[in-house]
Design a binder for this molecule. Structure first.
Ligand SMILES: *Cc1c(COP(=O)(O)O)cnc(C)c1O
Length: 513
């Protein structure tokens, strides 16, 4: 029998493609090993990564769209939800149809969007109207993840950001509650907030909502980052509970692709009560095709990520998870202490947990101060990637420019190396003036400052002009990836809506060239 010529061609071209992929991946920063302190969550156990890949392979080909056809989808989702519900204090509260139900989603952003979608639907349920009603607010501290601004944008809701104390980065529960009104569909607290590692006062907010507000207003806890790490932290992270043990909490999100140590593509949204849970689903029989029921945003979807996350949960068990979190906690403490000892830098106020935000120490003179973005670039040049975060302007005082570090179990092996780099990097940039925006933006920024150009003019600029401006800067800069400080400086100088245009054009330019 002659072999299928197409098989031969596919095999041959496939090998070439894989070789190219190897070469492309060689240019990426390493996703394991602990030298990248954001985006990746490394357990430090190669066995766990191997297991996840084997599980994904076994799930290959399944369409997660239809658990009635592929029963493994239902089983895997159920078992993931059961485990995460137990971890987040959601067991044994099943009275009056107020049990905890769950969906497995593609990531934190999707979990957060679905929580907002459900809240919008529940808030409108009284009228029984399916009309898209405009209005409705999401009330959250300004430090809440951008996913909620995105959700508001997508769902026709208004995001009401409640300012935090510029010194501590903390919101007052009273002020958060003061922004809740008859328009509010959802209040959000973070456990913890991504930018600074602060855990919002969930129990206090819950008590205020319970006492004074419409029970249909949702209270979501965004534990996308903290959900699988805070429950296992060696010491209690807050005096009061922050998870489903707080009865007034109506939903909570937790990402398995963060401290669940699973590959990207899996998060869980847990919701109190069937009504709210199913309010996020979409179903229709009003078309000539198959009956559609989508508990999440996607239609067809892979089982691979969920199967991998499930296998990792099974393999780790509670004791494994606790051990990995202990390693993370020890690493965070050593790293935090070490960074705090570097002259010119300060670790910002935070709660126990795996996040550190580093800011300039304002208590020392300019000549001894270290700008966190220059420091981040200097760390990057030495092979350690931390994440620069722009200053955030709010009326009661700006939140300083910072650099973010996400600590994972593997970090424990690298603490001394990271601190060595951190000290050298600080020595290199100590006393340097705050970074300037890229030279290519200078004219525009000067025109803005002088009033020759208004923010409205900039917003009206055709996309092609914005593209040329940004692409020119990218070309002129050469190695932009290792020098983020100028871009961040530009963002800090611009109004937020223009900054958003800038970063959109920046990403597009990176992807196009
Ligand atoms: C990561 C994160 C999200 C968004 O999750 P993605 O998985 O990146 O979509 C939301 N909230 C917090 C606190 C996070 O850390």
């Amino acid at each position: 029998m002659t072999p299928d010529p197409l098989s031969l061609a596919v095999t041959d071209r496939g090998e070439h493609a894989l070789a190219r992929l190897v070469a492309m991946r060689a240019e990426d920063p390493p996703t394991t090993g602990g030298r990248v302190l954001s985006y990746v969550y490394d357990s430090g156990l190669a066995e766990l990564d191997e297991l996840a890949m084997r599980a994904a392979r076994l799930a290959h080909g399944v369409n997660g769209l239809d658990p009635t056809v592929f029963s493994s989808v239902a089983r895997i989702h159920r078992e993931i939800v059961d485990r995460v519900r137990a971890i987040l204090g959601g067991e044994g509260s099943g009275v009056d149809g107020q049990g905890i139900h769950g969906s497995v989603t593609s990531g934190g952003t999707e979990s957060c969007i679905l929580a907002c979608l459900a809240a919008r639907a529940v808030s409108r349920s009284e009228t029984g109207s399916s009309e898209p009603v405009s209005g409705g607010t999401i009330v959250a501290p300004v430090t809440v993840h951008a996913a909620f601004r995105k959700a508001a944008h997508l769902l026709g809701l208004r995001f009401v950001g409640v300012e935090v104390d510029p010194g501590t980065g903390r919101v007052s529960a009273g002020e958060l509650l003061a922004s809740v009104d008859e328009d509010t569909v959802l209040v959000v607290c973070s456990a913890p907030a991504y930018p600074n590692g602060v855990i919002d006062p969930v129990a206090e907010v819950a008590a205020g909502l319970e006492a004074h507000h419409d029970p249909r207003i949702g209270l979501h806890v965004d534990a996308c980052l903290g959900g699988l790490v805070l429950p296992f932290w060696p010491e209690p992270v807050t005096a009061e509970p922050w998870d489903l043990r707080v009865d007034r909490v109506t939903s909570i999100s937790a990402d398995l692709h963060k401290y669940g140590f699973a590959p990207k593509g899996t998060s869980v949204l847990l919701t109190r009560g069937r009504e709210r849970h199913r309010a996020a689903w979409f179903a229709t029989v009003d078309w000539p095709g198959y009956p559609v029921v989508n508990p999440t945003l996607a239609g067809s979807k892979p089982l691979e990520p969920a199967a991998a996350a499930w296998a990792v949960l099974e393999a780790l068990g509670e004791d494994g998870q606790r051990e990995l979190v202990s390693r993370t906690a020890r690493a965070t403490e050593r790293l935090g202490d070490g960074l705090a000892g570097i002259e010119g830098l300060r670790v910002s106020d935070r709660d126990p947990g795996p996040l550190l935000a580093v800011v300039a120490d304002e208590s020392v003179s300019d000549r001894r101060r270290v700008h966190p973005h220059l420091w981040a670039d200097a760390c990057a040049r030495r092979g350690i990637a931390v994440q620069a975060q722009p200053a955030y302007r709010q009326e009661r005082g700006t939140l300083s420019s910072s650099s973010h570090l996400t600590v994972t179990p593997v970090t424990e092996r690298l603490v001394e190396e990271i601190l060595l780099v951190a000290r050298e990097a600080a020595d290199e940039v100590r006393g340097q003036a705050a970074p300037a925006p890229p030279a290519g933006f200078r004219e525009v920024l000067e025109a803005l400052d002088s009033g020759a150009l208004s923010p409205a003019d900039l917003l009206a600029l055709p996309e092609d002009d914005v593209h040329s401006l940004v692409a020119g800067v990218l070309e002129g800069d050469g190695d932009t990836a290792s020098a983020m400080a100028p871009l961040l400086a530009a963002i800090e100088r611009l109004p937020a809506d223009i900054g958003a245009r800038l970063v959109r054009a920046y990403l597009a330019a990176v992807m196009e060239c």
